[in-house]
Ligand binder design. Sequence first.
Ligand SMILES: [Zn+2]
Length: 65
Amino acid sequence: MSEIAACPFCGDFDGEVGSTACPNIAKGGFKKAVYCNACFGEGPPCDTEDEAIAAWNQRAKAEAA
Ligand SMILES: [Zn+2]
């Protein structure tokens, strides 16, 4: 699994991947998103954990720039 970058909202490294409330019909489950345990920020919902982490990391980089 990819590394989860610092939270784009609060800068903490307390993010983890969880299931979102959005059903993912194609994969028979729920979408994945990275959540920050420090500020409860939420990343973009994606089909897989890796995609969710990539999307979170991209946002973290965009916020830092
Ligand atoms: Zn945070």
